[in-house]
Design a protein around this ligand. Structure first.
Ligand SMILES: [Zn+2]
Length: 381
């Protein structure tokens, strides 16, 4: 075996074991303090990189994205993602790693890597599987986390300032101690004033819980518009789940689950009663969505009010109505809606019922408008 390939094999072995082969004396390896190394030692101990005191992962020097540097350190034909995957598979800690702007889109299988306090600002983690990962204290500012999996991660003190997180998979995460999260982190595109901001919504139950977590996060930091967006998305997913229950097959499945699991109690009446319950829950949610955006969209209340006023003005404009022309009808409709009631136009017959109904709707919609406006500036528990 010639000397070169021997060196390459040694390098790969180093990576997989996470140790240096010539570890005769402690000073030869990386001196980064690592309280959680496999060997129970206080220092990283990996082979030194360039002229620094540290290994490739821990040295603060530039040029880690250069494939020549990577091959020189880890051996011919290796990539950073593959070496990282090998490290994770071997169960080595990647605490305090310094990898700004590197491309790490890979598949780091369970158990996730310990990337606590890692410096990953600007790193490309597109589609990376980081589930079950310890990212506490990590810096992910400006990182590309589009379509990344962050389920069950520890995220205390993780910094997400301006990180791109569209379609990111979140599940069972505690966000209260994160830093730098905004609605714009989840942005895919902006078309004029229409912004598309989403996390992965494939599993509505988990996504709804995470949107509620985001609502609390934004609200506690005074980001009321962002909180309103997250609350709206949560309601939207709840609505989707209600719609799913309208399928008889789904209801039968739920019954099956309730028979298997003792914790899961569903009404055991006739199936059509259950379906009616599901239908009314969905219909109520639908009305709430259209009129108020589940309490988050004041503009929808205003639009509904305009709609009601126009609809009733058309009714008053009927041939036997109380007004002679459409302008009068519109005026009468507005006066009735706002319950001003000057009394210059007096409805008769069935039109008295129409006017009464419109006045009731007016009171209701003005109340809803105040509720929606007020809700935006109130901290949510
Ligand atoms: Zn090191």
């Amino acid at each position: 075996m010639d000397n070169l390939s021997d060196l390459a094999i040694r390098a790969v072995l180093n990576v997989e074991a996470g140790i240096t082969i010539d570890s005769d004396h402690e000073t030869s390896g990386c001196s980064m303090l690592m309280p959680l190394t496999k060997r129970g030692e206080a220092r990283c101990g990996r082979r030194k990189y360039c002229d620094t005191e540290y290994c490739f992962w821990h040295s603060p020097v530039e040029g880690k994205t250069n494939s020549q540097n990577i091959e020189a350190y880890f051996g011919q034909g290796t990539t950073l993602v593959r070496t990282l995957e090998a490290e994770v598979k071997a169960g080595n800690s990647l605490e305090n790693v310094i990898l700004p702007n590197v491309n790490l889109g890979g598949n780091y299988v369970k158990p996730g890597p310990n990337l606590s306090n890692a410096l990953l600002q600007g790193a490309n983690l597109n589609k990376a599987s980081l589930s079950y990962c310890d990212l506490s204290g990590a810096s992910l500012a400006r990182a590309n986390l589009v379509s990344a999996k962050l389920s069950d991660c520890r995220l205390a003190d993780a910094n997400f300032t301006r990180a791109r997180m569209f379609n990111v998979k979140l599940r069972n995460n505690t966000l209260s101690e994160c830093k730098g999260l905004r609605r714009s982190n989840f942005r895919e595109a902006t078309v004029f004033f229409w912004r598309i901001d989403r996390m992965l919504e494939q599993d509505p139950e988990h996504a709804e819980a995470m949107y509620l977590e985001l609502t609390r996060y934004f609200s506690s930091r005074g980001l009321f518009d962002d909180a309103s967006w997250a609350a709206f998305r949560a309601s939207k997913l709840r609505h989707r789940m209600l719609r799913q229950r309208l399928s008889i097959r789904r209801l039968k499945d739920l019954r099956l689950i309730s028979q298997i699991s003792p914790d899961f109690i569903e009404p055991q009446g006739p199936l059509y009663v259950e379906w009616l319950y599901a239908f009314f829950a969905w219909a109520r949610s639908l009305v709430f969505m259209l009129t108020t955006g589940w309490g988050e969209r004041p503009m929808r209340v205003i639009a509904s009010s305009v709609g009601v006023i126009l609809l009733f003005s058309l009714l008053y404009d009927m041939p036997d109505g109380p007004t002679q022309n459409f302008i009068d009808a519109l005026y009468f409709s507005m006066i009735t809606f706002t319950t001003v009631g000057y009394g210059d136009i007096i409805p008769h017959g069935k039109f008295r019922l129409f006017a009464g109904t419109e006045a009731l709707l007016g009171i209701l919609l003005v109340g809803l408008l105040l509720f929606c406006l007020g809700r935006r500036t109130v901290t949510r528990a």
